[in-house]
Design a protein around this ligand. Structure first.
Ligand code: NAD
Length: 362
């Protein structure tokens, strides 16, 4: 049940009174918990339209409460389709007024990567919890600023790593933990698709494009999650088969990672090749997943005959419900800002390796 306006106002009064008292636990205990949180999607492109908004019709702990868009015609269409009240519709200019809107608990940033920092920081300053799509941002400095802003404003920051909520990927992570086949020795991780577009943000450096600004993090996550370790060095090579389209960013990236345990990963990612699989070779066995980062149908097997094939109604609904549960219960998020930052540290090292032609320590 949602908090009524009257209850919200009394919550504010309680919060105000509690802020005069020492200790935050008292404040937390005085604020009534919402059972269902209101989410505002920022950026109504492909992912919001085709995946997140439909998933928000299936969620139990959150619902589509508002939108933030720079396109008035989209605002009108979404308003009609999802019965969104005018008071919950914002544009990029008046977005900061969202701080006065008790219907919105969470702002979900679904913009090109170079815009993530600005909108995450503005959402945090408005006192809203934030979900931010992957990759977190183009640079480590951006990610750190986003984490700091959320900490300073005491809001949670979750990165949209939907796969970490998928039991099929969690099965791979579990093998890294229980070491049933001994240590990881060698990994091959691939994530790519053929993108026919020519002038999209994915081909634009300033907007955070290049394959490492999109599919690349899935290839990287495959290796990081399969080892449960952080890579210590990388050597990378960028290439393109369509130089007329990929003028300022890479179409394809190949990178080799070295992990502290001695495990090695060969990773491939591309906007020109359809590929999506993970193979992990351990000392005493193997695991294969294909696909490894689809919206549904991630599946595979292990050398001891174990089948990985857990059904999932909606990865995005599970992700948002689990992240909302963490907010409601004030528990740890599965993929907080710090997890997004870990990937971008590696991405920066990958670009440095491409620029220098050398192996780079991370
Ligand atoms: P998209 O191009 O379809 O949508 C981007 C949105 O941003 C559009 O509504 C566009 O109008 C808006 N926008 C505002 N200012 C813009 C500008 N200056 N240039 C371009 N667009 C601008 O992109 P998308 O595929 O929806 O991706 C958005 C985010 O979601 C990215 O971070 C992407 O990596 C992520 N994404 C995640 C998944 C996933 O599986 N988790 C899948 C797809 C996309």
């Amino acid at each position: 049940m949602l908090i009524e306006r009257r209850d919200f106002l009394s919550t504010l009064t309680l919060a105000g009174a509690a802020s005069l008292l020492p200790g935050t636990n008292l404040l937390a205990s005085m604020i009534p918990k919402k059972e269902k949180l209101g989410i505002a999607l920022v950026g109504l492109g492909y992912y919001s339209t085709d995946l997140l908004a439909p998933a928000l019709q299936l969620t139990e702990k959150c619902y589509l409460a508002g939108i933030v868009t720079g396109t008035p015609s989209k605002a009108q269409a979404w308003k009609e389709k999802y019965q969104i009240p005018d008071k919950n519709i914002y544009n990029y200019q008046n977005f900061d007024q969202i701080k006065n809107n008790p219907d919105i608990d969470i702002v979900y940033v679904v913009l090109p990567p170079s815009m993530h920092r600005e909108f995450v920081v503005r959402a945090a300053k408005a006192g809203k919890h934030v979900f931010c799509e992957k990759p977190m941002a183009p640079t480590v400095a951006d990610c750190q600023a986003m984490i700091e802003a959320c900490k300073a404003n005491k809001v949670k920051l979750a990165i949209g790593y939907r796969c970490q909520h998928d039991p099929n990927i969690q099965a791979v992570m579990q093998v890294a933990k229980d070491k049933r086949f001994g240590p990881v020795k060698m990994i091959t991780s691939a994530a790519g698709y053929f993108d026919a577009r020519t002038t999209h943000w994915k081909q634009n450096k300033k907007l955070g494009g290049g394959v490492m600004g999109d599919m690349g993090v899935y290839a990287l996550q495959g290796a990081r999650l399969a080892t449960g370790e952080e890579p210590i060095s990388v050597i990378a090579q960028a290439s393109t088969t369509r130089p007329d389209i990929y003028k300022e960013v890479e179409e394809t990236m190949m990178f080799m990672l070295e992990f502290p345990s001695g495990a090695r990963a060969t990773c491939q990612t591309s906007f020109g090749i359809n590929m999506n699989y993970l193979q992990v070779n351990y000392e005493k066995g193997w695991l294969k997943l294909e696909p490894q980062s689809s919206y549904s149908g991630n599946k595979g097997s292990m050398s001891d005959g174990t089948i990985i094939n857990f059904p999932l109604k909606s990865q995005q609904a599970k992700q948002m419900d689990e992240d909302c549960a963490a907010i409601i219960n004030n528990t740890d998020l599965i993929a907080p800002g710090e997890e997004g930052l870990r990937d971008i540290k590696v991405v920066e090292a990958i670009y440095k390796s491409v620029a220098t032609g050398k192996s780079v320590k991370i």
